[in-house]
Design a protein around this ligand. Structure first.
Ligand code: ZN
Length: 498
């Protein structure tokens, strides 16, 4: 067997174990009986250990060294080797004690965060945050970096992206978003958002959401939707993508836009080359690109007037009572309601990135040591006042609202905003190349856009880095311009801003 064949077979077997682990996690979030959790935790630990041993197998390291000497014969093969080498290096650079310590610490930190949030008291969580930050600093040092520690953490979620590249992008975005949001507030106009808080029967929401997900192109022969507390999307194999959503009878947007969002993630998974499953060419590029696909279908498509020109009459047939007397114009404005709020996951399209920028700035300072954990709540509140014009009334509605830091996820937040930038830039280019997408959407036609995304993004897997992929697809380097154009084109007329 050739070296390359050995590597591919090793990765394919590891991918089978990883997909079984995903199945166990999916079941834990959906149908597992209450008393099955303890044994499930043992199953997960056993399988995780096995996957870790395979990922750090010295034999794999030898094959990868040999492959590096042979050279690559195609872009796919190069991606197989590059990704396997990157994963192997990351896995083997971390001392086993540090990995175990991080697992132990974040498991405890998560519990303490839950208590701290329930008690609305950051002081309870603070010592755990200090420990997690210290361990993440050690992790960054073990992995290594050229410019700054935060790079080593960011790289886990957004490979090949530097902090020094993300900072100016998000600073420029912030410098234009803050005046836009201020202008919206100063307009004195408010969207008729209470329409969305009428009664929307859960059963009808489920059927409508499924119809919309199928219409935009989610393949139900290769996936399904189930109910959970914390919506997400996961893949259990090359032809098995699971979307999780949740329903609120008194708030339409939560499930519907959540379903479009997760379907967007799902269609990306479904569009990855199945023949390369478990290897670089069959993997998503980065969390930012993954998020770009969900946000594109949720916002650029699902919150467009053209989308509702098609779907509003269908919505009326599902929710005749709630939508009685509601015009398309009012509905369109309601789903595009913009107002500063304290909670990130409830934020609108315009203010969302300001929530991310607050977190991005604070976590960089925690990791580089310039901000002590005890000072983080003040730093948080001051930035909310500065960027969003509001100050959190409590720790629970402020610094304690997100699970990420308790789980050791530093470097994750900026991928949400990168996703918004990628999505706006990709959508603008697709619109340019495909003619009027608006006309297509208003006729219920979404296939050309999905096909464009499959050709330019999904089908490429991880053969290019995220920035190369977006630059190849759109012809320009990543910037905040397309997102600002998208927001201004939509929001200026709604809020009568000149
Ligand atoms: Zn997402």
């Amino acid at each position: 067997m050739s070296t390359l064949q050995s590597i591919k077979e090793h990765l394919a077997e590891t991918a089978r174990y990883e997909s079984i682990l995903s199945l166990l996690h999916w079941d834990q979030q959906t149908y597992i009986p209450a008393k099955a959790h303890d044994y499930r935790a043992e199953q997960v630990t056993t399988l995780s250990g096995l996957i870790h041993r395979r990922s750090t197998d010295p034999k794999l390291g030898e094959w990868l060294d040999e492959a590096a000497e042979i050279g690559d014969d195609s872009i796919q093969v190069a991606a197989v080797i590059r990704h396997a080498k990157r994963d192997f290096d990351r896995a083997t650079k971390l001392p086993a004690e540090l990995v175990e310590e991080l697992a132990r610490c974040t498991s405890k930190a998560h519990q303490v965060w839950v208590e701290s949030r329930a008690a609305n008291d950051f002081a309870i969580f603070q010592p755990m945050l200090e420990q997690v930050v210290s361990l993440k600093q050690q992790q960054a040092d073990a992995i290594g970096f050229d410019e700054c520690r935060y790079d080593a953490l960011l790289d886990e979620f957004e490979p090949d992206m530097r902090t020094s590249e993300v900072c100016p992008l998000l600073e420029r975005l912030r410098s234009e978003l803050v005046p836009l949001v201020n202008a919206i507030m100063d307009s004195g106009k408010t969207a008729p958002a209470n329409i969305l808080e009428r009664t929307y029967p859960v059963d009808a929401q489920a059927r409508f959401g499924k119809e919309a997900a199928a219409a935009i192109g989610f393949d139900f022969q290769r996936g399904r939707i189930d109910v959970t507390h914390h919506p997400f999307c996961t893949e259990l194999g090359p032809h098995d993508c699971r979307i999780l959503t949740r329903y609120d009878e008194k708030f339409f947007s939560s499930a519907f836009f959540g379903t479009l969002h997760e379907a967007g993630h799902g269609m990306y998974q479904q569009g990855l080359p199945a023949d390369w499953y478990g290897t670089g060419p069959g993997k998503y590029v980065s969390l930012g690109v993954h998020e770009s696909q969900s946000r594109l279908w949720e916002n650029q498509v699902g919150r467009s007037r053209a989308f509702w020109q098609h779907f509003f009459s269908i919505a009326n047939s599902y929710f005749p009572t709630a939508l009685d007397g509601v015009s398309l114009d009012d509905w369109y404005w309601a789903v595009n309601d913009v107002r500063p709020s304290l909670i990130r996951v409830e934020a609108d399209e315009a203010t969302y990135n300001l929530h991310i920028i607050v977190r991005f700035e604070i976590e960089q300072e925690l990791i580089d040591g310039s901000l002590a954990a005890c000072d983080a709540p003040d730093a948080w509140n001051a930035r909310y006042e500065k960027y969003l014009g509001i100050t959190p009334d409590s720790d629970a509605n402020g610094i304690l609202q997100d699970v990420h830091w308790s789980e050791g996820l530093f470097g994750y937040f900026p991928t949400y905003s990168l996703g918004n930038l990628y999505s706006a830039q990709l959508f603008e280019k697709a619109n340019e190349e495909l003619g009027s997408l608006e006309e297509q959407f208003s006729a219920g036609e979404f296939t050309p856009l999905l096909k464009w995304l499959q050709d330019n993004v999904h089908g490429k897997g991880s053969c290019y880095s995220a920035k190369e992929l977006v630059e190849r697809a759109t012809g320009t380097a990543l910037s905040h311009d397309a997102l600002m154009r998208h927001l201004a084109d939509k929001l200026n007329p709604l809020y009568r801003i000149d």
